[in-house]
Design a protein around this ligand. Structure first.
Ligand code: ADP
Ligand code: NI
Length: 218
């Protein structure tokens, strides 16, 4: 099978899997991550097919939407890839990326697997969590979970464990301090660090305006 055919088949598979997904984790999230990954990969020596397939398959069954089960996503990806003409080493690499790249997985310990291809896809995914898109996704997720937008009495919890992070019910503004504003210093590649800085400044500007309006100042 030609690589283009494999990519196109994978796009169709992912679109189908995500047809009812929350809008912050839907096909358009995957498409943005894919584009970010292609941009970052230009300046990195990576196996581009691995990066493409991992970016496309990285969120087909997020544990957040599957009762916390962290194996569903990697298992679905594995079953799909085994039906394609792809060597076993590549299949293993792609599912290792998917199983180890998430933010929560890396909170209290280093993930069990790492590679340059993982780092590129991880940066691409993290870029989509910040900036204007990141702000929108956070509030959409908060709304989906029926969370409060902001409550000045509930302070952010900066030193969360993975378990605390996952079961947090805190207002969405807290998520900026608990994750989104931390991401710019967690980028793996130079290209992503540069893009992240702009997006970070935009979030800081947004928060300043938000508090001003909240307090009736502007
Ligand atoms: P990963 O999927 O990499 O483990 P997360 O589960 O932390 O990362 O979140 C993915 C995205 O979902 C975040 O970037 C954000 O947009 C949204 N999200 C997750 N948790 C929250 C939260 N508590 N409040 C608002 N948005 C959230
Ligand atoms: Ni993602």
């Amino acid at each position: 099978m030609k690589n283009v055919t494999l990519i196109n088949n994978t796009i169709e598979f992912v679109k189908h899997e995500l047809k009812n997904a929350e809008s912050g984790h839907d096909w358009f999230h995957i498409e943005r991550v894919y584009k970010n990954a292609m941009l970052i990969a230009k300046t990195e020596k990576v196996d581009i097919l691995i990066v493409k397939l991992a970016a496309l398959l990285h969120d087909i069954a997020d544990s957040k939407f599957n009762n916390g089960d962290e194996n569903i996503g990697p298992n679905k990806a594995k079953a799909y890839l085994h039906k394609q003409e792809l060597d076993e080493k590549s299949v293993l690499h792609i599912i290792s990326i998917i199983a180890n790249m998430s933010y929560s997985k890396n909170i209290d310990k280093k993930a069990a697997f790492n590679s340059l291809e993982l780092q590129v896809v991880q940066d691409a995914d993290r870029l989509d969590a910040i900036g204007a898109i990141g702000i929108t996704r956070a509030f959409n997720y908060g709304g989906y979970k029926n969370r409060t937008i902001y409550n000045p009495a509930i302070k952010p919890n900066l030193h969360q464990t993975k378990e605390e992070y996952k079961k947090s019910n805190a207002p969405t503004i807290n998520h900026f301090y608990e994750k989104l504003l931390i991401l710019k210093d967690k980028m793996n590649t130079k290209t992503a660090r540069k893009i992240a800085l702009d997006r970070h400044l935009f979030m800081e500007q947004f928060l300043e305006q938000f508090y001003n309006e909240w307090n009736g100042k502007k």
